[in-house]
Design a protein around this ligand. Structure first.
Ligand SMILES: [Fe+2]
Length: 253
């Protein structure tokens, strides 16, 4: 895997206090163009709860808890000798903190539709067929330098019942665990060059074009495997001014 992730100041690590979070940066909770947000957005003032013991003391992850194929969606649901149908890709990147430092030992989980845009989920009734050799989820743990990677097939775009004719861009869902259950972050990764990104009502809820840009993985020819798989790079920045936008902060937390 190539390391093209750089601290924002081209090598000079930043020092000082944490960067304050810009609450205006996140989309408002209520964005009627994304119809589901009408029911999901809070109707009353929120209440803060103290963290419980179970939230602050777990989970603890180690590399030995992962299965051999957990980060290989091409094979982890496939019959012996078979593999998932679709464009073979590698997704890789680093988990970084607000100063561009690697964050090791982070559990990164991912789930996605198959190459035709269909999820293996009982409520997904899209016309595209299921692939018997593709499950659609996996996980990895960032190494000592913050790197994670997995192999999969590129997911297809799919239509969803929002407006008359709305399609999601090809995307992979990500969950990133911190040191406690209360520190789970969830987001979506898009693919460079996809014209559906600009058309998507969910993407359009994000007011800052730079925040959208940071959710778009770049084609990384340096990390491709010739005659096998192309690679996309997606770095995950946990907080700070270059933070990845996480869905569970849409209410401005
Ligand atoms: Fe999705």
């Amino acid at each position: 895997m190539s390391d093209t992730a750089k601290p924002a100041t081209q090598g000079a690590p930043e020092t000082g206090a944490f960067f304050a979070r810009d609450l205006d940066w996140h989309p408002p909770a209520l964005t009627p163009g994304y119809k589901t947000s009408i029911l999901r957005s809070p109707q009353k003032a929120r209440i803060s709860f103290d963290n419980s013991m179970s939230e602050t003391t777990g989970p603890v992850f180690g590399h030995d808890m992962l299965g051999e194929l957990d980060n290989d969606l091409i094979l982890n649901f496939a019959q012996p000798g078979e593999s998932a149908i679709g464009e073979r890709i590698i997704v890789h990147g680093r988990v970084l903190d607000e100063r561009g430092r690697p964050v090791p030992g982070v559990l990164v989980e991912f789930w996605q539709a198959n190459a035709g845009g269909r999820y293996r989920h009982k409520k997904d009734a899209y016309l595209a067929p299921l692939d018997p050799n593709f499950g659609g989820c996996g996980r990895a743990i960032s190494d000592e330098n913050g790197f994670y990677h997995f192999r999969t097939v590129k997911p297809g775009p799919y239509p969803w019942p929002n407006g008359v004719n709305d399609w999601r861009p090809a995307h992979i869902h990500f969950s990133v665990f911190g040191q406690g259950f209360a520190q789970r972050l969830v987001t979506q990764m898009y693919f460079e060059g996809d014209p559906h990104i600009a058309l998507c009502p969910i993407v359009k809820t994000i007011p800052d074009p730079e925040a959208i840009d940071r959710l778009v993985a770049r084609l990384d020819m340096n990390a491709t495997i010739p005659m096998d798989a192309r690679a996309y790079q997606f770095n995950i920045v946990l907080r700070g001014r270059r933070s990845t936008l996480f869905e569970n902060r849409l209410e401005g937390n």
